[in-house]
Design a protein around this ligand. Structure first.
Ligand code: DX5
Ligand code: ZN
Length: 216
């Protein structure tokens, strides 16, 4: 299985965001991960469509957006217009999940569904045939730089088993506390897309850490 690396700019230097995106691209990442937070679904606030649109012209890499917001259906259109390629919403949000995923697909974008550490993985199963990816949170959403929660590994493995058994092509993405060690655990459990913020943007050698996430 080919491992993809999605660089979370939450850990980047926001005063020169464009250059940071370029730095990630030059280091060989596969996607740019953009964390949209509303100060409500999570206590933190980050950025939204105007910031995403301001860096769209910097790279051709896919924009992997992760909406940590209470009512994502209200944001799908602006986030799509800003240049997102994948739009991931949380199953714990208050929007109608099926309708919101359909909205994402109707706009021609890849639909993702994310799940917090304490939500049972079976909750995402009814939506799998609509999804490009399931984002299994390996920390509580809201902040970068937290420690990987080991108990989430069983969820990745169960989901992987279910996807294989049902011949689906949904990819598993993981996010939070990902470094060379936890990346290996996630890859071995079936995760294909690895999100990393701190481990990449604070690295001495960005490209070396990208390779380390892939197990190279
Ligand atoms: C956390 C965000 C993550 C965050 C990961 O809520 O969804 O994408 O940037 O940061 P690290 O890799 O530092 O744990
Ligand atoms: Zn994220």
């Amino acid at each position: 299985m080919n491992t993809l690396v999605s660089a979370s700019v939450l850990a980047a230097d926001f005063s020169r965001l464009g250059e940071e995106v370029k730095r990630a691209e030059q280091a060989g990442v596969d996607m740019i991960h953009l964390d949209v937070m509303d100060g409500n679904f999570v206590s933190n606030l980050s950025f939204g469509a105007p910031v995403i649109s301001s860096i769209r012209s910097i790279t051709d890499l896919e924009f992997d957006t992760h909406l940590m917001v209470r009512t994502p259906h209200t944001l799908i259109e602006p986030i799509a217009q800003a240049g997102a390629d994948i739009i991931t919403i949380h199953i714990e949000s208050e929007s109608n999940i099926k309708d919101t995923l359909q909205m994402i697909k109707d706009l021609g974008k890849g639909a993702g569904l994310s799940i917090k550490p304490n939500t049972p993985i079976e909750d995402v199963y009814p939506y799998l045939d609509m999804l490009r990816l399931v984002l299994v949170m390996t920390v509580e959403p809201g902040y970068g730089g937290q420690a990987f929660i080991t108990e989430t590994v069983d969820k990745i493995a169960s989901l992987n088993k279910y996807i294989k058994k049902n011949n689906l092509d949904t990819q598993i993405e993981v996010d939070g506390g990902i470094n060379a060690d936890t990346a290996k655990i996630c890859r071995d459990s079936g995760a294909e897309i690895l999100v990393a913020g701190t481990y990449l943007f604070a690295a001495d050698d960005f490209a070396r850490n990208v390779n380390a996430l892939r197990g190279e």
